[in-house]
Design a protein around this ligand. Structure first.
Ligand SMILES: Nc1ncnc2c1ncn2[C@@H]1O[C@H](COP(=O)(O)OP(=O)(O)OP(=O)(O)O)[C@@H](O)[C@H]1O
Ligand SMILES: [Mg+2]
Length: 278
């Protein structure tokens, strides 16, 4: 988590026995919808009419060439960037029609995993993971301890709780960031290149962990990665963004079987095809 952005959830942890059960009325479906969003920085148009209805309670991977606007999309979803035109709807509500306070409350339902885990360097792993609970709930230290150690054991870090981020590997930092992102059972989890800087084995282990946590806790997960293999093994759905628009969204196995020249070229990593360097 980036402390300056403060995206940590604040609701008390809740264990949902039925992952398809509504958590808040209108939010049952349409967890995240992006409708005809345009976003430019100066003259440079990044999102150019992007529309995506993310599948609820599923893992979607968004793929696309570098610089195509994937991270910009994530920032729109958490309300850090406002569209120039179009709507970003979360739990059925246009987030820019909410008051600032309501938007802040909405963000509490997101877990966000940034590239490096974004841990606080001055806190050990335990305190990093405990941080959102201490900040946003009234749980006792004993209850916090139980929740934190449960999460840390789920990500295989129970024996590293006392270590500082500088004392653990990149993969461990990501797992700690993941444990912290999930500590309050968010309805939505966003991952921006969770595999960057990891070797292939650690990437596979992280993908397995993402799937396992999704199976156990449910929610709508959105992964952005350049790792095609990770997308294939982890996600239920694949979206592809090119030149600021969605060019494909569908079940993962269909994406890998499609005749669509954009999708085929990107998934195959071919230099020949409709995708260029622009
Ligand atoms: N705050 C900003 N101000 C100006 N330009 C920006 C800003 N944020 C992003 N951009 C530009 O928008 C474009 C899309 O950026 P973005 O980070 O979303 O790409 P991306 O698809 O995530 O790429 P990558 O796969 O390399 O991470 C880039 O050209 C980037 O320089
Ligand atoms: Mg990016």
């Amino acid at each position: 988590m980036n402390a300056a952005l403060d995206l940590s959830p604040t609701t008390a942890p809740l264990h949902r026995s039925d992952q398809n059960a509504p958590t808040t009325g209108a939010s049952t479906n349409h967890t995240m919808q992006v409708r005809d969003v345009h976003k430019a920085f100066g003259d440079f148009k990044v999102l150019q009419g992007l529309t995506i209805d993310f599948k609820d309670n599923a893992i979607t991977t968004v793929l696309g060439p570098s610089g195509t606007g994937k991270s910009v999309l994530l920032k729109h979803l958490v309300g850090l960037l406002a569209p120039d035109q179009g709507e970003v709807r979360v739990f059925g509500q246009d987030i820019w029609k909410l008051s600032e306070h309501e938007r802040y409350e909405m963000r509490k339902r997101f877990g966000v995993l940034f590239q490096d885990g974004a841990l606080f360097g001055s806190m050990n792993v335990y305190d990093n993971v405990a941080f959102p609970l201490r900040k946003h709930t009234d749980l006792s230290e004993a209850e916090i301890g139980h929740t934190v150690m449960t999460r840390l054991s789920e990500v295989g870090l129970e024996r590293s709780a006392h270590k500082f981020p500088s004392e653990v590997s990149g993969g461990m930092r990501k797992r700690a960031g993941f444990a912290r992102g999930l500590i309050l059972n968010p309805d939505i989890v966003l991952f921006d290149e969770p595999d960057s800087g990891l070797d292939p084995v650690r990437t596979s282990l992280l993908c397995d962990l993402i799937k396992k946590m999704h199976d156990e806790h449910g929610g709508t997960y959105l992964l952005v990665t350049h790792n095609i293999q990770a997308a294939r093994s982890t996600s239920d759905y694949v979206g592809m963004v090119w030149q600021g628009k969605l060019v494909h969204y569908g079940a993962t196995e269909d994406a890998f079987a499609t005749e669509d020249p954009f999708v085929r070229q990107f998934l195959a990593g071919d230099s020949a095809g409709p995708l260029g360097m622009d």
